[in-house]
Design a binder for this molecule. Sequence first.
Ligand code: AMP
Ligand code: ZN
Length: 467
Amino acid sequence: MTVRLYNTLSRAKETFQSIRPNEVGLYTCGPTVYNYAHIGNLRTYLFEDILKRTLTYSGYAVKHVMNITDVGHLTGDRDMGEDKLEKGARREGKSAWDIAAAYTQAFQKDLERLNILAPSIWCKATDTIPEQIALIQILEEKGFTYRTGDGIYFDTARFPKYTQLSHQNLDALQEGARVEKNPEKRNATDFALWKFSPAGVQRQMEWDSPWGVGFPGWHIECSAMSMKYLGDQLDIHCGGTDHIDVHHTNEMAQSEAATGKPFFNVWMHGAFLIISGGKKMAKSDGNFLTLENAFLKKDIDPLAYRYATFLTHYRKPMEYSEDAMTAAQNGLQHLRNQVRTLKEDVAPAERETGAINDRFREKFRREINDDLNMPRAMAVVQELLKSELAAADKLATLYDFDRVMGFGLAQVDQEESLPEDIRKMADDRLKARAAKNWALSDELRDAIQERGYIVQDTSQGTKVFKP
Ligand code: AMP
Ligand code: ZN
């Protein structure tokens, strides 16, 4: 069955065609590791995880590369401002290297908590400086660069297809850029390939280069790394929608200028997580929500966030609210409880004999293969649960879907199987908590405990079990 994906480049849903049969080269822009990832960033990584799982489910071998931006991403747009890593280091009184290592680890932990599959290759900007320098040299030889007092820049006027991805109006951009503070730039859209360390200042992260001591501009790392690891199999490149106008546009311009060939065939972008009032969640705001403070500290299972993001299509903005997360927690808990019931209904000997139901599988596939329509795929899951299918077949079909959903349903603990009335009370208690009806929730907890069960609200959700 074919997979259709929305390509930002053509502004249309297209039938996906990999460069090599049954293999996909996937590059996803990774985090700038000067702070924790916020749950907006994580929404984008969840969308990319669904993309990867969908391609795998459809039979492709996916080679996935994700970079870690540990240098060169400046606080201001258009190459002004400070390096975010150096700034983060000053804020925390640590070295830029330590900051990068600590937040990389925190990021990888977040991915694990969300059951996001690790990329085939992790790569760091600071580990690929020679490749970035080599790419800038090619651009220099081909006449795409010029030198200013603070760095080597890419001359976007030399690349006529500059707006192919963004469809921006360059005249309006030039006009708006009159207030720009860098008078040496020839065009407002020109961007730094290499920045010089400021005179008299020793940066924590700096390297020798043919142009002087300094550090790479942000965009060049993704071009260098994607080509290093994916070669000429540049199938799909992803990120959040904020990357379209600047980061991805610049990656594409410098890569195509250097190779003379098209860069990635398909560009996919996930819409923002917004907070009430429609504002985008952003790291620079300081009050962003992390997995730690919005989920773990509130005893909400991080996988409830995974569940919540499935209820909005990845190309539509998703609004965060605590209530929506609690509802998602209940939805996930309910799904797990149904898996437990199904497990109880199936004798252990029959568990291996359940068959994946073709009709439901086709329905599920149709939705995920239609530009990753997870809201509709989740509706198919509900339909399956309500169907008359034999328990063993339901379970087998659910486990098959879980290759894409990624909830770890096969690991749902059967030990927690409960008598029907206790489960009902536990479900009612969850609903009471969601409605912030604490009195009812306490009453139900006492009732469950009177029956000899323990009720424990943990970061993995509520557990009810026999001591
Ligand atoms: P950064 O660490 O800032 O480079 O961002 C990492 C990823 O998160 C990028 O793909 C961004 O496009 C994406 N991103 C940033 N803010 C949001 C948001 N509010 N919602 C969804 N994705 C976002
Ligand atoms: Zn990138």
